[in-house]
Design a protein. Structure first.
Length: 386
């Protein structure tokens, strides 16, 4: 069928990117090929482009509201390909102080090795961002909600302030925690969106994948410089097929992730072993009003602060029967992890403190199971802490 961007999200997630097939196949075939005979200028070698990847690139561009998208092998592949494309030695990047652990390592340890200065600030205060900008700043980088604390940053206010300082600065937003069904940063003024599609976009925990979305000219540079020449972080055609399959149900999955998360957050708020629940949907959560304005739903991620020593909490986390103690997020299975020792182990004790990641913090990616089974599992585990 023919699609256009005025169609419903649900229609686009299923139909955008499909081309008429010679045999009338309902599902686009997997083009498992590295090279192409010179029959069309569009495809020459699969490190640059491949028809199976084109399908998911068109879908992601449409769902995020961007001119173009680029598929990559992982979220880190997307982030590194975008940053290697955007940055030059001698330039500066301003980052949120709370980002995924490997992104933090790339920004703090590795970009400086190539002559890029990186400054970390608490972006809940927009003036902190503005104060950190200089005439050498070319990129501002953030995630919201932040991994793992769920801190909410005001995308529109940050983009407005940064672009008022210098419209050429690229604001790059990692939209992994929300997916485009919940939040579309480009519509709020961001220049580029990056994704770990390993999470909600694919949604089934069976691939690593990533995307960059934004303006056609920057995306073309990401393709032929960042991806082709620098990272080689190319998505495989098999992965593209699985991502296209996962994307067909993104909206219904997100609705249930978010509904389950809201109910679990309310239960956890009332449990005596829980000090605090960081969930954007709770009225008393710091970023609730901004979340309400920039997110369609409140997401499937939360972080809780537990009472007890590190040893007690460690022992309790081993007792889940329905949930799984594991990193990653956005899967059908509920995943529970300890950021200080798992996803954010690249942070020093000082960095953890600055980002508000405590020893007692446990992050939850709320899955698609029955909510009563999830609540029962949490109750049994948390009761061991009181
Ligand atoms: O390269 P990946 O597909 O694993 O994606 C990297 C990545 C990028 N942005 C955000 C906001 C992420 O959360 C991730 C991956 N995070 C997982 C997690 O926090 O559980 C990775 C497991 S160590």
């Amino acid at each position: 069928m023919e699609t256009n961007n005025s169609m419903d999200f649900a229609t686009r997630q299923i139909h955008v990117g499909k081309e008429p097939d010679q045999y009338g196949a309902l599902v686009p075939p997997i083009y498992m090929t590295s090279t192409f005979e010179s029959v069309t200028p569009q495809y020459a070698y699969s490190r640059i482009s491949n028809p199976s990847l084109t399908v998911v690139e068109k879908k992601m561009a449409s769902l995020e509201g961007g001119e173009a998208a680029l598929a990559t092998a992982s979220g880190m592949g997307a982030i590194s390909s975008a940053l290697w494309t955007a940055l030059n030695a001698g330039e500066e990047l301003v980052s949120s102080d709370t980002v995924y652990g490997c992104t933090f390592s790339l920004l703090k340890e590795h970009l400086p090795r190539f002559g890029v200065k990186v400054t970390f600030v608490d972006m809940t205060q927009v003036e902190n961002v503005v104060k950190a900008l200089t005439d050498k700043t070319t990129v501002v980088y953030l995630e919201t909600p932040c991994n793992p604390t769920l801190k909410i940053l005001d995308i529109a206010a940050i983009c407005k302030a940064v672009h008022a300082y210098n419209p050429a600065i690229k604001v790059i937003v990692d939209n992994t925690f929300n997916s485009p069904y919940v939040q579309t940063p480009l519509a709020l003024g961001a220049d580029v969106v990056v994704h770990s599609a390993t999470k909600y976009i694919n949604g089934h925990g069976d691939v690593l994948a990533g995307f960059i979305v934004g303006k056609e000219d920057f995306l073309q540079k990401c393709r032929v410089i960042g991806l082709k020449d620098m990272t080689g972080s190319v998505m495989s055609p098999m992965t593209a097929f699985l991502v296209a399959r996962g994307l067909k149900t993104l909206d219904v999955r997100m609705e249930k992730h978010c509904a389950n998360a809201m109910k679990l957050a309310r239960f956890l708020q009332g449990h005596p072993a829980v000090e605090k629940v960081n969930y954007p949907g709770l009225e008393d959560f710091e970023g609730h009003e901004i979340a309400r304005a920039q997110m369609k739903l409140f997401g499937g991620m939360m972080a809780i602060e537990l009472k007890g020593t590190r040893e007690q909490i460690g022992e309790a986390l081993k007792k889940f029967k329905v949930c799984t103690l594991a990193v990653s997020l956005g899967d059908a299975e509920t995943l529970v992890e300890h950021p200080a020792t798992m996803t954010h182990s690249t942070y020093t004790a000082e960095d953890l403190k600055a980002a508000g990641i405590s020893e007692g913090m446990v992050r939850i990616s709320v899955g698609l199971e029955g909510i009563d089974d999830l609540i029962g599992d949490f109750k049994a585990v948390l009761d061991t802490l009181i």
